[in-house]
Structures are given as structure tokens and as C-alpha cells.
Design a protein around this ligand. Structure first.
Ligand code: FAD
Length: 461
């Protein structure tokens, strides 16, 4: 009897639950090769920053364990993904390859090359949509354009779009013996340059996180998500980035739960899809202004000291410094803090958003081209924000979203003895109290920063 083998190429979908390519490959064949290729070109381009590299190792080890529980294993190779897939296809004598659709220019090129290479040897590539996003780019378009440039109308359509049903995890995953791979990474092994409090990756942890969040956090999400000190958002972002959680499954579950918390949470997931459809339609928006404001940013040389202070969390603005220190320590930052630190760099310091985005991409464990670059552009006013010149004031925002200073106290130990509201404006402390605190003076006067920004954008100060 001939054995039919399919290959499943895992990419940003490192899970066994709700995995349509894995299910389709199993349905089509007697055995499958679950394959992950470490793309050397991506590594050489510096995109695999240490935090994400360590998180990825956890995800791969966990995926391997889940496949072993089902009688299989994960095959890991390194090199060019197209060459490696073709090699594995030949070794396993496979008929077809299944994978999830990617939405970057890079993913499109990889898919095109892979399809051509497989077809040249009489094999077929099946690309499955709605695996790493809920509503794929291109599904929703306004009458006059190939993508939505404004979130609110996009969200209205997105919310009414039917989602595919969730696919259960397979019970058995038979893998042919003859295909071998590299040694798997040891989970939790130290990777140089990672954040000290980096979260651990992997589908089993992510699913446990969902269970806990459904029990303790989701219902209050809408009321508490901006509370910096409370730190009550889901922290699913890295799991969504690596695909250890399925956005489709999360949305179905949240909708079944219902209520204002679940609704607000689902709306945030729509932002992921929104940014992806922008990036898919305009791949250059990863680097170029989406809607230029003709900025002539301060040169990195002139702004060098300010940029360093921002990166290192010593701008003299406590909520900004807390956030920038959290980023280094955890490889993650609260959404409200991302907004504040991005506004501060791009607007109060008038520094090119690309400099900030690159720093975030280096540290963020959820660092994601679509979400990071387009959120940066949104906050810099070069993206999809319909109010591109709004500037967030770190003092008033700090008082509003970290009212009692819990967040600042957590990340800026120098200010621990100082209560709110003084902790938001330490420069206003009486002389002797100020002198007793080893904390920098503000790098910029907010009023002057605002004038500079408005002048640069051609607005009256
Ligand atoms: P929750 O509040 O629990 O939200 C649930 C999920 O919704 C998140 O996990 C995320 O997948 C999605 N989501 C929430 N807000 C947004 C948003 N504004 N845009 C897109 N998706 C969203 N998110 C990333 O995943 N990767 C990034 O590289 C990234 N860079 C950012 C840079 C800046 C300057 C800003 C302002 C935001 C950025 N975000 C990024 C979006 C957002 O801040 C994070 O997704 C969120 O803070 C992650 O925490 P959470 O999982 O607890 O979010």
C-alpha cells in the first residue's frame, strides 16, 4: 500500500489547536511532516532579536511536546525555507505542502517561490487563510480603495464578518521515521541579551493564560485596560504574534462570553487585522510614512542625548521612564505606556518615529512589523490617525492612568518614597526634598516641545 505524506510548514502559527493547515494535511495523507524552518536570511537581517529568539525556542519546544503527545514530533531545519521544504518533500516523498497565509511582502515572496519550486516537481502548495488573523487582508475593502485607511469603518465591517469555525486539535499526528531534523532548543535556555523578566512562550502556557484571564480579567477589561498600575490587560500579544493562540478561537470564545469587557477585547483584536490589511496593501508603510506630514525630524546627532535618555528611561518624566524601563526588563510594555512613550519621542522630542520603532522592535517580545510600525505611525501622526497632531502630555496622562503612582513606583525605584501627585512632577518638589531624590531633570520643557512640534507641522503654536 502506498503511504501518502503531506508536509505542514509552521510559521507564525506554532500551535496544534485551531490549526487548519495541520488538519488539512492530516485529512489528505496517512502521515505528515510538521516542519519549522529557521530562516537564515531573517536571522541575518537582524529581525530575530534576543527576546523573540528565546520566546521562539520555548514555542518550538512546546509544539514538539504537543506533537509527541499525539505520536509525532516537530522537525526543525535551518536555511532557506524554500530549499528546506523541497528537501523534506523529497525525503518524505510528500505530495503536498500546507501552510498558513502570511501578510508581509516577505511572506508573499516566500509563498510565491515555494509554490513555483513545488509545482516544478509536480507537488502542490495549499495556503490556508484566517490562521494568524481573524479576517485576512483583502477580504474587506471600501468602494474606492484596496484597503481601509480608517479604523472605525473597518471595524464596523469586520465585526459583521462571519469567521470560520474553530478546528479541534488532532488526536494523532503520525510522522514518518525517515525525516530527521535538528536538535530542539532546550526550553528556558539562556539566550544572550534577553530581558531579565522575559515571559516564557509556548502554546500550553498561552492556553493556561487564557483560562486564567477568562476567570479573572476579561469581564473588567473595558474598565481597567488603561490602568497602568493595575496591569490588567491580557498580555496575549506575544502568543498572538507567534501564533500559539488563535485569534479566531479567542474571538469566538469572547463573543460567547459576551459583556462589555469581552466586546472591548474583541475590538482590540480587530486592530491587529486592521494594521495587517494596511501593511499588506502598502508594504512600504513598514518603513516609509503612510501619510507624510513632510517632517524634517531633528537629526539623530542633534537629538542624540535626548534619544539616549528616552531609550534608557531617564527623561525626567516619571511615567515615560517607568515605561521604558519596563520594556527592557520584561520585553513588553503596557499599551497606554506605548502610546505615551511614542508620542513623547515623536512629538515632544520631535525625533523620527523609525528610531523609536527600531528600539521597540529590538526589545518587544511581541515585536511585530504590522502592529509596531503602524502603531508608531499612528502616534507620530504619519499613519492612520485622523487627528495626526494630537500630543499626549505625560504628566496629565500619568495622573489620569497611574493616579496613585503605582506604575512609577514599580519601575522607578528612585521615586518610591514620593506620593501622588508629586511623583508625576518631581521637579516641583520643595528644594530639600528634590535634592534628596537622585532623579534627572526633564530633558525637554513640554511647552517648548509642543511649540517646536506645532511649528514643524505648520500649525500655530
Ligand atoms: P490587550 O489589551 O489585552 O489586547 C488584546 C490583544 O489585542 C493584544 O494582545 C494584541 O494582539 C491586540 N491589540 C491590542 N491593542 C492593539 C493595537 N493598538 N494594535 C494592534 N493590536 C492590538 N502590539 C503588538 O502585538 N506588537 C507590537 O510590536 C506592538 N507595537 C506597538 C507600538 C506602539 C507605539 C503602540 C502604541 C502599540 C503597539 N502594539 C503592538 C499594540 C498594543 O500596545 C499591544 O498589542 C498590547 O499592549 C499588548 O498587550 P496585551 O496583549 O495585554 O493587550
Amino acid at each position: 500500500m502506498t503511504t501518502h505524506v503531506s508536509v505542514v510548514l509552521f510559521t507564525a502559527d506554532l500551535r496544534v489547536h485551531d490549526h487548519p493547515p495541520l488538519r488539512a494535511a492530516l485529512d489528505a495523507a496517512d502521515a505528515v511532516v510538521p516542519l519549522f524552518v529557521r530562516d537564515r536570511a531573517v536571522e541575518a537581517a537582524g529581525f530575530t532579536a534576543p527576546n523573540r529568539a528565546a520566546f521562539l525556542d520555548d514555542c518550538l519546544a512546546d509544539l514538539d511536546a504537543a506533537l509527541r503527545e499525539r505520536g509525532g514530533r516537530l522537525v526543525v531545519r535551518s536555511g532557506d525555507p524554500v530549499e528546506e521544504v523541497c528537501r523534506v518533500v523529497t525525503e518524505a516523498d510528500a505530495d503536498e505542502v500546507h501552510m498558513s497565509a502570511g501578510h508581509s511582502a516577505f511572506a508573499a515572496r516566500r509563498e510565491e517561490r515555494l509554490r513555483a519550486a513545488l509545482e516544478a516537481s509536480g507537488r502542490r502548495l495549499f495556503v490556508h487563510d484566517a490562521v494568524t488573523v481573524a479576517v485576512p487582508p483583502g477580504v474587506l475593502t471600501p468602494a474606492s480603495s484596496d484597503h481601509f485607511a480608517v479604523f472605525t469603518p473597518y471595524h464596523r465591517h469586520w465585526d459583521r464578518t462571519p469567521l470560520r469555525t474553530v478546528v479541534g486539535a488532532p488526536r494523532r499526528v503520525p510522522v514518518p521515521d525517515e525525516v530527521t531534523g535538528e536538535e530542539l532548543p532546550v526550553p528556558g535556555a539562556t539566550v544572550e541579551g534577553t530581558s531579565p523578566a522575559l515571559p516564557r512562550g509556548g502554546e500550553s502556557r498561552a492556553r493556561a493564560q487564557v483560562t486564567a484571564y477568562w476567570r479573572d480579567g476579561l469581564d473588567a477589561y473595558d474598565d481597567t485596560r488603561d490602568d497602568l498600575g493595575g496591569d490588567t490587560t491580557s498580555r496575549f500579544s506575544a502568543a498572538l504574534h507567534f501564533g500559539t493562540l488563535s485569534p479566531v478561537e479567542l474571538i469566538h470564545r469572547a463573543r460567547r462570553r459576551g459583556g462589555t469587557g469581552a466586546e472591548a477585547f474583541v475590538r482590540q483584536l480587530a486592530w491587529r487585522d486592521f494594521h495587517r490589511q494596511v501593511l499588506a496593501a502598502r508594504p512600504d508603510s513598514a518603513h516609509a510614512d503612510y501619510r507624510t506630514q513632510h517632517d524634517r525630524w531633528r537629526s539623530p546627532r542633534a537629538a542624540g542625548a535626548d534619544i539616549d535618555a528616552w531609550r534608557e528611561g531617564r527623561t525626567g518624566y516619571p511615567v515615560i521612564d517607568a515605561a521604558m524601563r519596563q520594556l527592557r526588563e520584561e520585553g513588553w510594555m503596557h499599551n497606554r505606556a506605548r502610546l505615551l512613550t511614542a508620542s513623547f519621542l515623536a512629538k515632544s522630542l520631535y525625533v523620527d518615529w523609525r528610531i523609536g520603532a527600531a528600539h521597540f522592535l529590538h526589545w518587544l517580545v511581541d515585536g511585530d512589523l504590522a502592529n509596531n510600525q503602524l502603531n508608531w505611525q499612528w502616534m507620530a501622526g504619519t499613519g492612520t490617525d485622523t487627528r495626526p497632531n494630537r500630543v499626549l502630555n505625560p504628566v496629565t496622562q500619568g495622573k489620569k492612568y497611574d493616579r496613585d503612582g503605582t506604575y512609577i513606583h514599580r519601575w522607578v525605584p528612585e521615586l518610591r518614597g514620593i506620593g501622588a501627585p508629586s511623583v508625576h512632577e518631581p521637579w516641583k518638589l520643595p528644594g530639600p526634598d528634590r535634592a534628596a531624590v537622585d532623579y534627572p531633570e526633564p530633558v525637554v520643557d513640554l511647552g517648548e516641545g509642543l511649540d517646536r512640534f506645532r511649528r514643524a507641522r505648520g500649525k500655530q503654536p
